[in-house]
Design a protein around this ligand. Structure first.
Ligand SMILES: [Zn+2]
Length: 369
C-alpha cells in the first residue's frame, strides 16, 4: 500500500491540533481512518511539538507512514509551513513544519483546520462534486473555508477567509477579535447562549426549561443545552434557534453574493442540531441573496465527515504534497510551469498548493457518513 510510484496512495497521518486535544489519525487514500491516537494539547510550543512527535511515532510503530498533515486552528502562512498566529495554541510566527520534519524525518505540511475540513468534504464527503463551495464550521465561533473552481482559496497571505468576523451589526456584541458585531457573535454555539440569556432577561416567564437552567447556574448554559431545550419544545429556546437560523441565512447570503457557490457545507458542533434551524436558514438565505428568483441557489448541506474532517483533509493534503515530490510525479510534471520540488518538506510544501489543486476530485465517491 505504500509504494511511491504514484499509483497506490501511501498512508499518511492527519492531526487535528485543537486548543484542547490533539488527535492524530492514519488515513488511507480513500479517506478511511485506520487508527487514531489522542492526547491533551500541551501549553508550551516545545511540549506541543513533543506531543505531536510522540503521536506520530506511536502510529508509525503500527503503520508505514509517508507524510504528515497538521490541521491547525489558526493562521497558517501561504507556504503552509509556518503558523502565523493561533489564539489557542502556543505558536506565533513559528516554523512548525520545518522543525517537525527534522524531528520526524517525514514531510510535514500545515493547513488551516477549516480548509482541511473543506478539502476532506470535497474529496470524500458532503462537497464531493462541488465546483465552488463554502464550508462554515459553527462551534464556539465560525471557521470557514472556500473552494473556488475545485481549489482551496487561501488568499494572498494564507489567511482567507475569515467569514466569522464579518461585521453584521455595527456596534453589536463585543468579539474577542477586538471588533464588535461579528457574524459569529450571532451565529455560533456561544451566540446561542448569549441570545438565550438576552431573551430570558426580557421574557423569563415564557421559558419552561431554559429559565430553570439559567436561574440555577447561568454560567453552565451551553449551545448544546439551548438546542436540547428547543428540541424539548421550550418556547424561548425555539425563538433562540429561529434567531440563529436568521443570522445563518443572512450571513450565508453575504457569502453567496460574493462567491455564488453551488454548495454550502454546515459543519462544527452546532451542525448536529441542524434539524432545528437548517430549513429556516435556507429560507432566509433565499430571501436575502440578491436576485433570488433569477439564479440557481447553492445547496446547503451538513457535514458528512463530522469531527474527523480536519484530520482526513490534512492527511489527504499531505498525501498530495508527497505525490508532487515523487520521481513519477516529477516526471509527469517535468514540463509544468511550477518549480520542481525536491524531496525536502519545505520544497514540497511550497509546491503543494498548486499540486493539490490540480488533483481531480472524481473517483472518491461519498462512502463515509
Ligand atoms: Zn470578531
Amino acid at each position: 500500500m505504500t509504494t511511491r510510484n504514484g499509483r497506490e496512495a501511501p498512508l499518511t497521518v492527519g492531526i487535528d491540533v485543537g486548543g484542547t486535544n490533539i488527535r492524530a489519525s492514519v488515513v488511507d487514500g480513500s479517506g478511511e481512518v485506520l487508527d487514531t491516537v489522542q492526547a491533551p494539547t500541551p501549553h508550551s510550543a516545545r511540549a506541543l511539538e513533543d506531543g505531536l512527535s510522540r503521536a506520530v511515532r506511536e502510529l508509525r510503530g503500527r503503520h508505514a507512514i509517508g507524510a504528515v498533515g497538521l490541521a491547525v486552528a489558526g493562521f497558517v502562512d501561504e507556504t503552509r509551513s509556518s503558523v502565523r498566529f493561533a489564539p489557542h495554541l502556543p505558536w506565533e510566527d513559528s516554523a512548525v513544519a520545518k522543525r517537525l520534519t527534522e524531528r520526524l524525518g517525514l514531510p510535514v505540511i500545515l493547513e488551516h483546520d477549516a480548509n482541511a475540513a473543506m478539502w476532506a468534504e470535497y474529496r470524500f464527503g458532503a462537497a464531493a462534486g462541488a465546483h465552488n463551495g463554502v464550508l462554515v464550521a459553527i462551534g464556539t465561533g465560525i471557521g470557514a473555508a472556500l473552494l473556488v473552481e475545485g481549489r482551496l482559496y487561501r488568499g494572498s497571505y494564507g489567511v482567507a477567509p475569515e467569514l466569522g468576523h464579518l461585521q453584521v451589526v455595527p456596534q453589536g456584541r463585543a468579539c474577542p477579535c477586538g471588533k464588535r458585531g461579528c457574524w459569529e457573535r450571532y451565529c455560533s454555539g456561544t451566540a446561542l447562549v448569549d441570545t438565550a440569556i438576552e431573551m430570558l432577561a426580557t421574557d423569563p416567564m415564557r421559558s419552561t426549561i431554559l429559565a430553570r437552567e439559567v436561574f440555577a447556574d447561568a454560567g453552565s448554559l451551553t449551545g448544546r443545552k439551548v438546542a436540547g431545550a428547543a428540541q424539548d419544545g421550550d418556547p424561548v429556546a425555539l425563538k433562540v434557534m429561529a434567531d440563529f437560523a436568521r443570522w445563518l441565512g443572512l450571513g450565508l447570503a453575504f457569502v453567496g453574493d460574493i462567491f455564488d457557490p453551488d454548495l454550502i457545507v454546515i459543519a462544527g458542533g452546532v451542525s448536529s442540531s441542524a434539524a432545528l434551524f437548517l430549513d429556516d436558514a435556507r429560507e432566509h438565505y433565499a430571501a436575502a441573496i440578491t436576485g433570488t428568483r433569477h439564479r440557481p441557489l447553492a445547496r446547503i448541506r451538513t457535514t458528512q465527515l463530522g469531527e474527523a474532517a480536519g484530520m482526513i483533509g490534512a492527511a489527504e493534503l499531505a498525501r498530495a504534497a508527497l505525490d508532487t515530490g515523487t520521481p513519477a510525479a516529477r516526471a509527469r510534471r517535468k514540463n509544468a510551469e511550477a518549480p520542481q520540488p525536491q524531496s525536502s518538506t519545505a520544497e514540497s510544501s511550497r509546491a503543494q498548493p498548486n499540486g493539490a489543486a490540480r488533483r481531480p476530485s472524481a473517483g472518491t465517491g461519498t462512502r463515509r457518513r
